[in-house]
Design a protein. Structure first.
Length: 280
């Protein structure tokens, strides 16, 4: 599997941790960007189990990692791949050193906000999805943007969809490239129930502003457009796992190109040659 920029990445099978809250099971999704599916030691927090999902784009030697806490309040942890930083007590068995933990700056949030459900780093910018955020309604979602200054990561802003609605799960997927952030909201209802959408944000003078909302020209209910997103330079690719081009839920990916500041869907629709039903 490759990102838009051609870098080869590794995919690690995912796991879901469930916690019972009365008669309702809440799914706490934890994503880790790491090389091997194994337990490791988190600095200042003892032994912690890592729950693995897909590995996303990484920048330099910084790896964003999602960790489950004792109360299932998720956070994202930044690890630096450097065995010579003089912090042996914080190193994992694989030579990674914890640099920072990214949390909500306003204290403990709901255990089902799922901060860090998606997470990615580009240079000195880290982006973490919070698809369970309820500020605009139940599970409308949000994205937290963090900036690195000399090894200190600080939350600088929160992003939300201009038309956010209950159940959209904005922040389910995220990608960042320079001054562009793309956020997936696969349960948004632009072209029908859960047809999905993706939102583009641009950084102008330090302020992140929504500039566009993307959806498939032939989008339909249940497609989940925005289940995965990736941006590199002037290209955005959006995954649509339940698209029915060749068969039910055979899946597809849509490519958007930037032309004069506007993102347009190209004629290219990515579908596997041997695509069959439920491939996604």
């Amino acid at each position: 599997m490759r990102c838009c920029n051609g870098k080869k990445i590794t995919v690690v099978p995912g796991k879901i941790f469930k916690r019972s809250l009365g008669s309702v099971f809440k799914h706490i999704f934890c994503v880790i960007h790491f090389i091997r599916a194994r337990d490791t030691t988190c600095a200042n927090s003892g032994r912690c189990s890592m729950f693995f999902s897909r590995l996303k784009t990484f920048s330099s030697r910084l790896y964003p990692i999602l960790r489950i806490g004792r109360l299932s309040i998720c956070s994202a942890i930044i690890f630096l791949s450097n065995t010579a930083v003089g912090q042996a007590e914080a190193q994992t068995a694989d030579g990674f050193v914890q640099q920072a933990r990214l949390n909500a700056s306003d204290g403990v949030r709901s255990s089902v906000d799922n901060l860090g459900y998606s997470v990615v780093v580009d240079g000195n910018t880290a982006v973490a999805g919070v698809p369970g955020d309820d500020k605009l309604g139940l599970n409308t979602g949000a994205v937290y943007v963090f900036s690195n200054d000399g090894g200190s990561w600080t939350k600088i802003t929160e992003l939300r969809a201009s038309d956010g609605a209950e159940g959209d799960s904005f922040g389910y997927s995220v990608s960042v490239s320079g001054n562009i952030i793309v956020v997936g909201a696969p349960y948004q209802d632009e072209k029908g129930d859960d047809s999905g959408a993706a939102y583009v944000f641009s950084n102008d003078g330090g302020t992140w502003t929504q500039t566009e909302k993307l959806s498939a020209d032939d989008g339909s209910w249940g497609d989940h457009f925005g289940h995965s997103v990736s941006v590199s330079g002037n290209t955005i690719v959006v995954g649509v796992p339940y698209h029915d081009e060749n068969d039910d839920d055979s899946g597809a990916a849509y490519v958007f190109s930037n032309d004069g500041g506007k993102w347009n869907q190209t004629q290219v629709q990515l579908i596997a040659d041997d695509d069959t039903g439920s491939d996604r």
